[in-house]
Structures are given as structure tokens and as C-alpha cells.
Design a protein around this ligand. Sequence first.
Ligand SMILES: [Zn+2]
Ligand SMILES: [Zn+2]
Length: 267
Amino acid sequence: MRHRISQLVTGVLDLVFAPTCVACRQVISTSDPERIVCAVCWVRSHPLPVPRCERCWSPLRLSPFGGDGSCPLCPSLRPAIRFVRSIYRLDGPPREMVHSLKYRGWHSAARIIGERMASMDLPGEVEREVGMVVPVPLTSARWRQRGYNQAALLATRIAEIRGWSIHDSALSRSRSRTSQTTLHPEERRANVAGAFTAQHGAAERLAGRHILLVDDVWTTGATSLACADALLAAGARAVSVLTFARALPDLERQQRRAELLRVPTSY
Ligand SMILES: [Zn+2]
Ligand SMILES: [Zn+2]
């Protein structure tokens, strides 16, 4: 009887405050356990394409237009940057989820996004060595404006689930320049170079460790790689990067070109 009453109360509350999906804004069914992202949006979320680099998961240079199967990113990565992983391509529902988390104030989405990130299979070396998670920081001005750092929310959830420690004040973003969103890759790298420093006193906790750096999105990698540099400069031994979504501008360009020429891509 009590169960039926609670079902009835839930039903009435759903009618009044129907939870909607953060990605598509459709009402989420009461049978969906998450109540934050609907099942359809998860199905429509695309993982990173294969073939991809084992180390950094960049799509390899293979296409109908040639390519030697090499990784476009690895030659520019320092050896101490061990692995880069992202769950989804930054398009469709994942793009909307990130947008809701960052710009629409839906910080509750961090719980479910963080759970997805925590459940990802990571390389053995990361599983064995990582014990500490560090989020990419915001500038203090952006933090005041948003009220929270989405990367820190994700890192906190991942650390809770994995039983890792979190050092959410390890890095500070010391300069606020132009917003990254309108810049080209080279401009992004120049914009963030040197923008991150390890906080005073962080070195002791970072020393000799393999750190998992967490962010919501990998766009060009400029932000994550600048953070990794700062962690390594402060004494970390190695850094791996985990983001929820990853932009693939080269692949998108390639697919648009293939569409125009009506040539099937190898992805
Ligand atoms: Zn949805
Ligand atoms: Zn690579």
C-alpha cells in the first residue's frame, strides 16, 4: 500500500516537475533510472572512431585520400604524457550534455557524466599507477560567473567511484585571455601556453605520481597539454588525460569532403 502511495506521489510530481533530458529536452520516462539523460540520447552518442592511436586515441591518418597510418598527435606529445582517452565524439547528444553542464547551469549532469567517465576501461598502466585525479581549473573570474568548475565536479565523481584521491586545487589558471571558442588550433595553443601553474604547496602531493587530468572536453588538446606541462613541471612523473567528449575537426573536414565527392570514408 505504502509502495503504491509513493508511486502515485512520484507520478504526480513527474506531471508537475517532469524531468527533461539535458541533451534533447524531452521528458524522461519514469522507468529510466537516471532521469538526467534519456536512453535515446545515450544510444545516439558516438564513441571515438577506429582505427585510432592506442596511446592518444586520435584517428590515424588513413583515408581514401592517402595516409600512412600514423598518429597526427603523438609526435608532439612529451613521453611523460602517457595516454589520452575520451568516451564520445563531441557532436550530437554529448555536445548538448556538455553545453548544459557548462553554460545552462545543469550541474546535476556532472553526476551522470562523471559516472560514465569513471566506468571507462583505462589502460593497465593507468589503472595500476594513477591514484590521484586533478581537474582542469577555471579562471577565478569564470568560476565566480559560473559558480562551479564542471571539470572539478566530474573529477570528484570519478575519484569517489574509483577510490582515488582528488587534488582540485593543484593547478591555477593564472591568465585570462581571449575566450578559446573562436580561436584556431595554433592560436589556442599560444593562448594557453603558460596559463597554468601548480599552486603553491601542490608539488609535495604531485611528486613522483602518475596523475589523471580530467576535463569535460578535448577540443584541440591545447588546454589539457598546458595543464599536463604544469603538473610535470611541479614534479609529477606522468600525466594521462580523460575527457568526456572530444572534437575531431580533421575527421569532420574529411567526412565533409568525402560527402561532396561521394567517396565512402574508412571510418
Ligand atoms: Zn535525450
Ligand atoms: Zn597518438
